[in-house]
Design a protein around this ligand. Structure first.
Ligand SMILES: [Zn+2]
Length: 75
């Protein structure tokens, strides 16, 4: 097994790690609602993909109704 001969300085290690960076996420504007979304994926805000509705996105009101119904049933 190869062995390291000399320990590197703190500065040397830190200089090397200055290149460890995260890429900014690629974002595109949704053609339906105009919000920023990740490419090649269904828009999480309107549920459209390639101009077609493929997923139902619950509105705040629907969410509230669902919660109320659930709470009523529990009593
Ligand atoms: Zn959208």
């Amino acid at each position: 097994m190869p062995k390291v001969k000399h320990r590197h300085s703190k500065s040397r290690g830190r200089k090397r790690r200055t290149h460890w960076k995260l890429d900014e996420p690629a974002l595109v504007k949704c053609s339906q609602c105009g919000k920023e979304r990740t490419p090649h994926q269904v828009c999480p805000y309107c549920g459209y993909y390639k101009g077609k509705k493929v997923m139902h996105v619950e509105t705040l009101e629907e969410r509230r109704d669902r919660r109320d119904k659930r709470n009523k049933r529990a009593k």
